[in-house]
Ligand binder design. Sequence first.
Ligand SMILES: *[C@@H]1O[C@H](CO)[C@@H](O)[C@H](O)[C@H]1NC(C)=O
Ligand SMILES: *[C@@H]1O[C@H](CO)[C@@H](O)[C@H](O)[C@H]1NC(C)=O
Ligand SMILES: *[C@@H]1O[C@H](CO)[C@@H](O)[C@H](O)[C@H]1NC(C)=O
Ligand SMILES: *[C@@H]1O[C@H](CO)[C@@H](O)[C@H](O)[C@H]1NC(C)=O
Ligand SMILES: *[C@@H]1O[C@H](CO)[C@@H](O)[C@H](O)[C@H]1NC(C)=O
Ligand SMILES: CC(=O)N[C@H]1CO[C@H](CO)[C@@H](O)[C@@H]1O
Length: 170
Amino acid sequence: MAKTFPLLSLIGFISGVCWVTAREHRFVPDPPVLNITDKTYKINTSETLEITCRGRQILEWYTPYNRSGTESRIVSTDCSGDGLFCSTITLTRAMGNETGEYRCYYRNLSMEEGKTSVSVYVFVQDYRMPFLQLSQEFDVVFIREEEQVVIPCLGSLEDLNVTLYIVREF
Ligand SMILES: *[C@@H]1O[C@H](CO)[C@@H](O)[C@H](O)[C@H]1NC(C)=O
Ligand SMILES: *[C@@H]1O[C@H](CO)[C@@H](O)[C@H](O)[C@H]1NC(C)=O
Ligand SMILES: *[C@@H]1O[C@H](CO)[C@@H](O)[C@H](O)[C@H]1NC(C)=O
Ligand SMILES: *[C@@H]1O[C@H](CO)[C@@H](O)[C@H](O)[C@H]1NC(C)=O
Ligand SMILES: *[C@@H]1O[C@H](CO)[C@@H](O)[C@H](O)[C@H]1NC(C)=O
Ligand SMILES: CC(=O)N[C@H]1CO[C@H](CO)[C@@H](O)[C@@H]1O
C-alpha cells in the first residue's frame, strides 16, 4: 500500500508533462521565417521593398500602414508551396514614411516575437527629409520636474545624429 503513492504521483507527473507538450504543439507551431534575417534592413527612397515570409499557417502582415491607418500601397502575393504557407509583400517606389516594422504573423494567433511572428525593421532612407511625421498621439509630451522623459523623434536613417532644441513660445 505504501508504494501506491509514489506511483500515483509519477503518473500525475507524466500526464502533466504530456499535457504541456500537447498544448505547446497545438498553440506554438514553428515560427514564420522571413527571407531577410537581419533585424534591420535599409533601402533608399524610391527603391522597391520585397519581403517573403514562410510558415506553417495562414500568414498576415503588420506594417507601418497598420499604424498610420492610411490606405496601404503594399501588394501581397501568395507564394505557398512545398507544404508551406508563403506570402510576399511588394512596395514599389518606397517613401521615407514607410520606415518601420514589417511583421509577418500567423493569423488568429496572438503576436509573439520569435514564436508566432517575425519582423524586420526597414529604414527607407530619405537623405533630403530624414525626419518622419509622427502620428497625432505624440503632439504633446508632458514633462515633470526631475523625471526622465522620452521625446519621440522618428527618422528614416539609422545613424541619424539629432540635437534637441527648446523653442519657447509665449
Ligand atoms: C543610397 O543612397 C546613398 C546616397 O545617395 C548611397 O550612398 C547609397 O549607396 C545608396 N544605398 C543603396 C542601398 O542603394
Ligand atoms: C526576398 O524575396 C523577394 C521575393 O522573392 C526578393 O525580391 C528579395 O530580393 C529577397 N530579399 C533578400 C534579402 O533575399
Ligand atoms: C494590417 O493590415 C493588413 C492589410 O491592410 C491586414 O490584412 C492585417 O490584418 C492588419 N493587421 C492588424 C494586426 O491589424
Ligand atoms: C506616407 O505619406 C503619403 C503622402 O505623402 C501617404 O499617402 C502615405 O499613406 C504615408 N504612408 C504611411 C505609412 O503613413
Ligand atoms: C554622430 O555623432 C557621433 C559623436 O559625435 C560621431 O562619432 C558619429 O560619427 C556621428 N555620426 C554621423 C552619421 O554623423
Ligand atoms: C476563429 C477566429 O478567430 N477566426 C478569425 C481568424 O481571422 C480572420 C481574419 O483576421 C477572422 O475573420 C476570423 O474571425
